[in-house]
Design a protein around this ligand. Sequence first.
Ligand SMILES: *Cc1c(COP(=O)(O)O)cnc(C)c1O
Length: 400
Amino acid sequence: MSPQTGPTTPFREAVVDLDAVRANVETLAARVAPAAVMAVVKANAYGHGAVPVALAALDGGAAWLGVADLDEAFELRDAGITAPVLAWLHGPDAPFAEAIARDVDLGVSSIDQLRRVSDAAAQVGTSATSSGAKADPAGAADPAGARAAVHLKIDTGLSRNGVPPEEWVEAVAFAAMLEDQGRIRVRGIFSHLANTDDDADRAQLAAFEEALAAASAAGLDPEVRHFASTAAAVRLPASRFDLVRLGIGTYGIPPYGDGTTAADLGLRPVMTLRACVAAVRRVEPGVGVSYSHTWRAERRTTLALVPLGYADGIPRHASSRAEVLLAGRRRPVVGRIAMDQFVVDVGDDEVAVGDEVVLFGDPATGAPSADDWAEAADTIGYEIVTRIGHRVPRSYDGAA
Ligand SMILES: *Cc1c(COP(=O)(O)O)cnc(C)c1O
């Protein structure tokens, strides 16, 4: 074994290319203009790191940030990010008063939530809220309370959250009343697509148009109407309205699962997952590899051990199916992927402990894509990147 000289490959690492985030947002923003872009940075920016990705996306032209729950919104505010942030998934005890005090827009999916948001708004700035008490050590009450920025969500056919269509007329009437009382402002109206097929998407679009008309009839005049996530934003121009919510496209992963590549969409993969070879061994024909010996060497060959496993989010379903880039070529994963490690067959080629192994990254470098891993594991690219675990340090390339 040669002494270590020059740069060494990290044991495990997810390299996040912030220039690619910026470029992807710029590309998609140009495509959807004049609609504005909300960069969706929920789930720690799909595993990439919420705050650095949010900053790069804003730099690339995103006007809004979107997250699922309020803790994710507060993380952005804690980092000093002042751009508009929308959070849309709330439990029964969601801290709406803190959200209102911290200028986080609230996606609202039921009449009951509308009531709770309005009650919370009435408390903001009074001694009844902890955030108000903190912001105002003298404890002086503001009897006027605050006005919550609300985005009303209509369920147009996904059947997750969103106001059910049969309750929509009542919901918009109630919202209009709360707006008159100064408790809320209906800043947005939105919905989310099932991405089923073109006909189903268009039916949802028609239901959304109908919901907008009912809201308008109730006297609501939202600043932003938004409907499309990445898939529809790119392919269905009629779905763009005032704002599109771009998650997966921001990360340079195609949403379609139909063989369309990132390059086809003008996007650059953001995450490169890599590790260094932890061990190398030469084995004889017939040797079984990893748990249950689901794979055996058919000839004398060299095996390289990669220190990443399902605890790091590497899907066990990709055992003996996925490939990695090692020593200049794609190499097959052989045998079961274990909790911490898996094995790659390199044939008769030279590899050494410390060599770089790229699981996925930009296919232009010869590496598999996150989508290639998704295919090997029978899932989608979204799941591959979001599941990369805490044991894998993220490092950032490109100007933050
Ligand atoms: C996650 C999410 C998005 C982003 O979807 P992509 O397919 O990743 O672009 C948009 N809107 C809502 C409501 C979401 O939950």
